[in-house]
Design a protein around this ligand. Structure first.
Ligand SMILES: Cc1cc2nc3c(=O)[nH]c(=O)nc-3n(C[C@H](O)[C@H](O)[C@H](O)COP(=O)(O)O)c2cc1C
Length: 184
C-alpha cells in the first residue's frame, strides 16, 4: 500500500478544531492543492476565501443576518468560531458549450477533497460544511459573490483537539459492481 492510499483510507473529517491553523508556506501549499483538481477545459471555475481572526466575527455577523429569532441569530453568529480558520470554497461558473455547471461544481468539490487530505497530511484537521448558510442570499451578498457564483462549502480548519472516531465505510462489494455482470 502506498503512503497516499494509506492516508486516504485513514482520512477523517474533524469537527473539534482549535488554534493553530496552518499558516505561511504550509497554508499556501494546502491551498495550492485545490488548484490540482481535475478541471474540464481548464476553466479554473473556483476561488477561495480564507477567513480567520476578526474575519470570523464578521462572518458570524453575516450568518446572523439569516436568523429569524434572537436565539437563531446568536447561534449562527457563533458558528464560524468552531475553528480558527474557515476557507470558503466558491464555484465561479463560466459559460462553456461543453462544460455544464455541474462539472464546474464537481471540480470545486475535488479541490476541497484534496485540501482535506493535504490538511491532514500536514498535521491539521478539516471539516467540510454547508447547511443553510451556503445557500442563503444574505451570505452570498455578505461575502461578495456574484450572480454567477455558488458556495461549495465552508472548510473549517485547525488543529484537531479531540479526534472523532473513524466513520466506517462500506466494503467495495457493497457499492461496486462489474458491468456487464457475469449473469448477462
Ligand atoms: C458538500 C458537503 C457538505 C457537508 N455539510 C455538512 C454540514 O453542514 N454539517 C455536517 O455535520 N457535515 C457536513 N458534511 C459531512 C462532513 O463533512 C463529513 O464528511 C461527515 O461528517 C463524515 O465524516 P468523514 O468525512 O470523517 O467520514 C458535508 C459533506 C459534504 C461533502
Amino acid at each position: 500500500m502506498t503512503d497516499l492510499i494509506r492516508a486516504i483510507l485513514n482520512r477523517s473529517s474533524e469537527p473539534r478544531l482549535e488554534a493553530p491553523a496552518p499558516e505561511g508556506e504550509t497554508l499556501d501549499r494546502i491551498l495550492q492543492c485545490a488548484a490540482m483538481a481535475p478541471d474540464h477545459a481548464l476553466l479554473r471555475p473556483w476561488r477561495y476565501l480564507v477567513i480567520e481572526g476578526e474575519g470570523l466575527d464578521r462572518l458570524g455577523g453575516v450568518f446572523a443576518q439569516t436568523g429569524e429569532t434572537d436565539a437563531e441569530r446568536e447561534k449562527f453568529r457563533k458558528m464560524p468560531h468552531r475553528a480558527p480558520m474557515v476557507i470558503v470554497a466558491i464555484t465561479s461558473f463560466k459559460p462553456h458549450p461543453k462544460v455544464p455547471d455541474i462539472e464546474q461544481s464537481m471540480s470545486t468539490a475535488a479541490g476541497v477533497g484534496y485540501m482535506l487530505l493535504a490538511l491532514e497530511s500536514a498535521g491539521f484537521g478539516g471539516m467540510w460544511r454547508t447547511g443553510a448558510m451556503a445557500y442563503a442570499p444574505q451570505v452570498h451578498a455578505g461575502l461578495g459573490l456574484s450572480d454567477d457564483e455558488a458556495i461549495a462549502g465552508f472548510l473549517y480548519v485547525g488543529s484537531v483537539s479531540n479526534p472523532k472516531p473513524h466513520v466506517p465505510r462500506p466494503e467495495v462489494g457493497h457499492f461496486v459492481q462489474r458491468w456487464p455482470s457475469q449473469a448477462d
